[in-house]
Design a protein around this ligand. Structure first.
Ligand SMILES: Cc1cc2nc3c(=O)[nH]c(=O)nc-3n(C[C@H](O)[C@H](O)[C@H](O)COP(=O)(O)O)c2cc1C
Length: 475
């Protein structure tokens, strides 16, 4: 057993110990490899970091710390001798009572404004951020406005079915909630809070590997909520997979998701390393300076060889968690382990769409990760148009999803008219969660809110939806 007073002494970059879930860990060697920056750990040095850790990771995630980091249990009688964590330099959350009433949120932009005032600056930066100078994100947002409808008139649109199916599961909406990690940063209820909103609306959602809660905990909250709302239009949860480098761990994760009851895997293929999230980096530099670290150190590596891509692109590798070695050949063993439908998330050109078809994938998601990965990546719309031009057969053979920058029903409709099976919506749901919890998730989906049936667009949308879906006559 380790003594709290002894742990408290290890509070420097030369020797940094923290307590997680009553055990002491030496994280010194990991300090400058933490994707969130060394300051996050140093702020907790010599203290009990459990609460802070649990905001971002499931507690069993400590197993991912470098081997040998666990020094043993903390003597509980000495816990009072631990340091207190150092406070964040950024401002704190505002009271949610100061936020506009959720009914005043009628566009996704309204949720964004509410979230900006609700979230501590650090977490606002995490959600809203994008790669490099933000051109990929801007392209996502702008491109949907660059095409126009070709509306037809005098059609009976009294009854319209917006539904479809996602990997064989009926959906009443042509959109679903995208995979987004570490929701505990956004709302204390984290993923279970989101799932409650999803289920109450009968939406489908994709749960991230990088969730704050375990796949099982999230599924438990799904089942509890689903049993309360009944089976009239059940939600379905899918699992987004970041492939760990270690194949045994990857297989175990896939099997865990299967056993928990997820209905499909969305294998993210655009993330061999983390993109250069510029705003995050600035913030990390501010936080590092506030901890007396003049310049955050990154381990020096020779050019070429293992992981040399990360410094070259200004991105960050996440050792063990994001495999940079995955290739098309790996799909075989992933499929063997999963025994179910696979969607490749992050396809960005027609050639790869074709390869996905040839490798027997059930679906592809055209996505540039919300503009967070590659600088000047194509928007999903551009990739969709490329596929329509060079390999339209993909749209017949595979389910083709798109995400990135879809902010209202008009955008969704354009995607569907151009052949998408359904559309992923990311940040708007996180913004809604930040400001209003599961109620926000519902409001963001609500038929009178910002999505498919919004305001003056209604007639145009419904008309075009009914008559263009099959013909794709939009342009
Ligand atoms: C805060 C945040 C976290 C995300 N986390 C993940 C993740 O863990 N896994 C993943 O595959 N994609 C992740 N994404 C990307 C989303 O799944 C999706 O591709 C993107 O958000 C869609 O763009 P939009 O936010 O403009 O709607 C994340 C996006 C955001 C904004």
């Amino acid at each position: 057993m380790l003594d709290g007073a002894e742990v408290a002494k290890h509070a420097t970059r030369e020797s940094c110990w923290i307590v997680i879930d009553s055990k002491v860990y030496d994280v010194t060697s990991f300090l400058f490899r933490h994707p969130g920056g060394a300051a996050i750990l140093l702020r907790q040095a010599g203290s009990d970091a459990t609460a802070e850790f649990a905001k971002v990771h499931p507690l069993d995630y400590v197993q991912e710390l470098p081997e040998g980091s666990c020094l043993g249990p903390l003597d509980p009688k000495t816990a009072t001798s631990l340091n207190s964590p150092k406070p964040q330099p950024s401002r704190e959350v505002v009271s949610t009572e100061e936020l506009p009433h959720p009914s005043l949120c009628v566009t996704t932009g309204d949720f964004e404004a509410a979230a900006k005032s609700a979230l501590p600056h650090r977490f606002w930066t995490y959600v809203s951020g994008s790669a490099n100078s933000g051109l990929s994100l801007k392209g996502n947002l702008d491109d949907w406005a660059r095409i126009r409808f070709r509306p037809r008139v005098l059609r009976n649109v009294g009854t319209v079915d917006m539904g479809g199916s996602i990997l064989g599961h009926k959906t009443q909406f042509p959109f679903y909630v995208s995979a987004m990690g570490t929701m505990g940063n956004i709302h204390p209820g984290a993923e279970p809070e989101t799932v409650r909103g999803i289920v109450r609306k009968g939406l489908h959602g994709v749960i991230s590997t990088a969730s704050t809660k375990t796949p099982d905990e999230i599924m438990d909250s799904y089942r509890r909520e689903q049993s309360q709302v009944g089976d009239a239009s059940p939600s379905v949860l899918f699992f987004q997979l970041y492939l760990p480098t270690d194949r045994e761990k990857a297989v175990a994760l896939i099997k865990r998701a299967k056993a928990a009851g997820y209905q499909g895997i969305w294998l993210t293929v655009d993330t061999p390393l983390l993109g250069k999230r510029t705003a995050d980096r600035r913030l990390q530099a501010i936080e590092a300076l506030s901890m007396g670290l003049e310049q955050e150190q990154t381990p020096n590596r020779p050019i070429g060889g293992e992981n040399s891509l990360a410094p070259a692109f200004g991105g960050r590798d996440v050792p063990g968690q994001l495999s940079p070695h995955t290739t098309w050949e790996d799909l075989k063993w992933i499929r063997d382990a999963w025994q179910g439908p696979i969607v490749l998330k992050g396809i960005q050109c027609a050639d790869d769409a074709k390869l996905a078809m040839e490798h027997g994938c059930e679906g592809i998601l055209l996505s540039n990760h919300g503009g967070r990965q590659l600088h000047t990546a194509p928007s999903a719309l551009m990739t969709l148009l490329e596929i329509r031009t060079y390999c339209p057969e993909v749209l017949d053979k595979l389910e083709v999803y798109v995400d990135g920058g879809l902010r209202d029903g008009a955008d969704v409709l354009k995607a569907i008219c151009l052949g998408a099976t359904a559309v992923g919506v990311g940040r708007p749901y996180l913004y809604a969660l930040a400001a209003y919890g599961s109620r926000g998730i519902e409001r963001c989906t609500d038929s009178k809110s910002s999505m498919l049936r919004f305001g003056v667009l209604r007639v145009t949308l419904l008309t075009t939806f009914k008559y263009c879906r099959k013909n794709w006559r939009l342009l």
